[in-house]
Design a protein around this ligand. Structure first.
Ligand code: ATP
Ligand code: MG
Length: 501
């Protein structure tokens, strides 16, 4: 029996209007991975943020190595060897990778930062998470979300600790990066570090965790060994219904071409990309991180400038002029991005405002905002997406990570565009809500919308798409029809652009 490193007993925490945690018991052994799962808003982040000293519980006790542990803040928790990698990115985009990782302990001599040492140390840390290729002096803001997340994880792993909490570390990582992370986790386990692991990916939890605790509405409904459980059993405990039985897509009849892209080229990242998507169709876009998927979508949406390429809408003989997102929206194209903070939401505004901002004309009359209409519309979308909030008046920043993501989707749904591009829409969303989104995508397609669905989760692409286009090294490697694809075929297409001939 290995020793218990950390123990929390009878922890409760409430926010105005919500009981985020009720009498939660949780313990962690040396060298153990203990997963924490539950629907969006179940209280997972709240629990680990209490463990990591970011918040105080209303009541309850914590123990570290059998001593009373009552952190006075994040720094105090860290001094006790408890670290956390947070769900939301907390890097400073204008600083370099190296500065972000070593921000609290920059190596200096006589008051000057020793950049040689800094870069050397950073390279080592980054190599450990398999990102040796990223230059230490690159500005973090220039990296993609997945890479930023790896930097954040690298920063967490770079310091010794007793307890490490990872809050959805893999949400925007690709399979290869997840493998690298898991290798690191195995090493930490061997060193006796206890790891609290939050994830919405149930297969992953079964693979990496020794035990799992399921939270539902702030209450622990289950704690036990993962080896005894199937994914279906864990999901059932989380959401109280059986999702695997649900039938998603019945093969659709698609209509005329809605969007056709030709020869799209953006720097080195996107090269001569061409494809089309029809009304009523869901086109999946698969590929490794950095394969140019996001860049392609941003260029179509007019968010980035393309050097070359044409976009045709419907039957038009002339290409559409899309030079900015505004042009794109005017042409009925919406882009829902993976980076909800940067491009999706105004965190200090109410849910209602975030949704209605998408279409202010609609709810204003003679220049006056029609408040009751705004409220009614926002409530309708909040219900449709099962956003967990106190009311549409609550500030978006107070919602749990997954519920924020649902507000982004609600906002775009309200805008009612005919060509919808979703870039990793289910990142950080719980399994139950994921299925809601899949159903929603299906429904939208049935209604004749053309949908492009970018995802790193092959299983979800295979569940909902009519066709899957695979990008590799900035090009379209292959496109598969439903029933003609397999995981292996898609993966080999995804790697094809990186093979040396
Ligand atoms: N600062 C806050 N103010 C008000 N309510 C909050 C605050 N932080 C969290 N909550 C609420 O507490 C509940 C639990 O949130 P928490 O972030 O712990 O959920 P979670 O399990 O991490 O969900 P997700 O999977 O979406 O990240 C939610 O109802 C959330 O809205
Ligand atoms: Mg959370």
């Amino acid at each position: 029996m290995s020793k218990t490193v950390f123990k929390a007993s009878d922890i409760s925490k409430s926010f105005p209007g919500v009981q985020a945690l009720s009498s939660v018991d949780f313990d962690l052994k040396e060298g153990e991975v203990h997963a924490l799962v539950g629907e969006n808003g179940a209280g997972k982040s709240t629990l680990v943020s209490i463990v990591a000293g970011l918040q105080n519980p209303d009541s309850g006790l914590m123990q570290l190595d059998e001593q009373t542990y009552q952190p006075g803040g994040k720094a105090d928790a860290e001094a006790h060897g408890i670290r956390m990698v947070m769900q939301e990115l907390h890097l400073i985009p204008t600083l370099s990778v190296a500065e972000n990782i070593f921000i609290e302990r920059l190596p200096s001599r006589f008051g000057f930062i020793n950049y040689n040492k800094l870069n050397l140390d950073t390279r080592q840390v980054m190599q450990r998470v398999g990102l040796g290729g990223i230059e230490p002096d690159v500005q973090v803001g220039r990296l993609g979300v997945g890479q930023q997340q790896m930097v954040e994880i690298a920063a967490g792993l770079s310091r010794r600790c007793r307890v490490l909490a990872l809050d959805e570390p893999t949400a925007s990582l690709t399979d290869r990066e997840i493998d690298l992370l898991f290798t690191q986790i195995e090493k930490l386990k061997a060193d006796g570090v206890g790891i609290i692991y939050i994830s919405h990916r149930i297969e992953e939890v079964i693979e990496i965790a020794d035990r799992v605790t399921v939270l539902r509405d702030g209450i622990v409904v289950f704690t036990g060994q993962t080896s005894d459980l199937s994914p279906g059993e864990i999901i059932f405990k989380m959401v109280g219904r059986d999702l695997q039985q649900e039938q998603l897509r019945h093969g659709s009849k698609s209509g005329p071409t809605a969007l056709r892209v030709e020869g799209l080229t953006v720097g080195q990242k996107v090269q001569d990309v061409g494809f089309e998507v029809a009304s009523g169709e869901i086109l999946g876009v698969a590929g490794l991180m950095g394969s140019g998927r996001t860049e392609t979508m941003r260029a179509i949406f007019g968010a980035d400038k393309a050097e070359r390429g044409r976009i045709y809408l419907y039957e038009a003989n002339e290409p559409a002029e899309i030079r900015s997102p505004r042009d794109a929206v005017r042409n009925g194209i919406a882009l829902l991005t993976e980076d909800r903070k940067e491009q999706g939401l105004l965190l200090n505004l109410a849910v209602r405002k975030n949704i209605s901002l998408a279409r202010l004309n609609d709810i204003s009359r003679f220049g006056w905002l029609d408040l009751s209409r705004e409220k009614a519309i926002a409530s309708r979308y909040v219900d449709a997406m099962s956003v967990r909030c106190l009311s549409v008046e609550q500030t978006v920043g107070e919602l749990s990570g997954g519920n924020q993501q649902k507000v982004v989707i609600a906002k775009w749904m309200y805008r009612d565009c005919d060509i919808l591009i979703f870039d990793e829409p289910t990142r950080g969303i719980d399994v139950g809500a994921k299925f809601d989104i899949y159903h929603m995508l299906s429904d939208l397609a049935e209604k004749g919308k053309a949908i492009i669905f970018v995802s790193s989760d092959l299983k979800e692409l295979m569940a909902v798409c009519d066709r899957i286009m695979v990008m590799s090294a900035g090009r379209v490697a292959e496109t598969f029809e439903r029933r003609k694809w397999s995981r292996e075929k898609i993966m080999s297409a995804a790697f094809s652009g990186y093979m040396d001939i």
